[in-house]
Every structure is written in C-alpha cells, then in structure tokens.
Design a binder for this molecule. Structure first.
Ligand SMILES: *[C@@H]1O[C@H](CO)[C@@H](O)[C@H](O)[C@H]1NC(C)=O
Length: 201
C-alpha cells in the first residue's frame, strides 16, 4: 500500500498526465501529432447516438451520416480485436457495441453517478484525427425501473446518460458546455447540437 502510494505520488509530480495519455491510447496516438493538432470535441457526422442500460449489458448504438469503414471501440480497447469492445466497420451507417459491466473499460464512477466507459468512433483504422467522435456512456444500475410504477417520472433519478467528449484521451474535460442527454429510463438518446437539414431518423 505504502509503495503504491509513493509510486502514485511520484507519478503525479512528474508525468501523470503524460503517462495516462500514453497508456490509454498507446496504440493509436502518436505524440508527434499531439503537439500539432487539437482534437477537441466533434459533434458532426452522426444523426443519433444511444446508450441502452440493460440489466446485464450496456449497449452503444450510433447512426452515422455517411458510409463508415473505420473502427468503433471503447477507450483502452483498441488492440483487443475480436472482443465485444472493438468493431471494424466495412460500410453501413448504423453500428452498435454491446458489452457487460465488467469488460470494455467499464468502471463505477461515483461522481458521474454510475458505471461508465467511453466509446470512440474513429474514421481512420489506426489513428485518431480531428472529427473523430467520442461518447461517455453512463448507466446508473441502482436507479429504479420505470416500468415498476412510473406515475411520477420527473422525480426519478438519472438511469442512463450519454455525453459527447473529446476523442483525444489527453483532452481537458468539456465542462458545462457538454452536449449530453440523460434519461430516467433504460435508454438515453443524444442528437447533434444543431439540427441537420438532411437528418433522417
Ligand atoms: C442513481 O440512482 C440512485 C438510486 O435511485 C439515486 O439515488 C442517484 O441519485 C442516481 N444517480 C444519479 C447521478 O442520478
């Protein structure tokens, strides 16, 4: 324990941020790009993104505007090909990832209010670029089921939430300007901030 604390402390003093960024994204992130390009939060290229908080599994579903042949994965799972956490697309616009609460980087985050992981929608097979999408998805598994008795829905706590975040793991938190959708039911649906004229739902 003391050893761990000392290591953590040392890490904070020297290079915690750098280490975290490299660890999280060592497969796709190149440090030479990080100086040159601000990835930021992208909200373009999709018409709808959904988190579905099931009893045993959480699912992420996205409808993209264009044919997609990139990759979809939970942050930290880029190299775990052929698992529930990674999917290579070969055309099509609608994609889903479904995984249980003990895989794909899912962690309980008390501050966020539930079990959470981040899904990256990356247009290039290997590298993160500006325009890539990322979504933090959260499931509050202690929240009551709507169908139990839902006459007073407005008093119910958040059960599912999906928030646009930066694809770059080293980016700052987006804060209060975040584009987010919360629901008291199992499913939360996020639409892009500006309605698109060609949106098809
Ligand atoms: C999650 O559900 C619990 C139990 O209903 C509730 O007390 C809590 O406020 C909820 N969390 C959030 C972030 O709404």
């Amino acid at each position: 324990m003391k050893g761990n604390m000392f290591v953590s402390f040392t890490c904070i003093i020297f290079s915690c941020v750098w280490t975290a960024a490299v660890n999280a994204k060592q497969e796709t992130w190149r440090s030479d790009l990080s100086d040159a390009i601000q990835i930021g939060v992208s909200s373009e290229g999709f018409s709808r993104a959904v988190v579905d908080c099931g009893d045993q599994e959480m699912a992420f579903v996205i409808s993209l505007d264009e044919e997609f042949d990139g990759v979809l994965y939970t942050r930290g799972s880029f190299s775990s090909k052929n698992t529930n956490c990674f999917r290579k697309a070969n055309g099509g616009k609608d994609f889903a990832l479904k995984f249980s609460y003990n895989e794909c980087g899912v962690k309980f985050d008390a501050a966020a209010g539930g079990d959470t992981t981040t899904v990256i929608v990356q247009f290039d097979d290997d590298l993160i670029f500006p325009g890539d999408l990322a979504f933090a998805i959260i499931c509050n598994r202690t929240a009551p089921r709507l169908d139990d008795d839902n006459d007073e829905e407005s008093d119910l706590p958040m059960r599912s939430r999906i928030t646009l975040v930066a694809a770059d793991p080293g980016a700052q938190e987006t804060g209060s300007a975040a584009v987010t959708s919360s629901s008291t039911s199992q499913v939360a649906t996020l639409y892009p901030p500006e309605p698109k004229s060609h949106q098809e739902l």
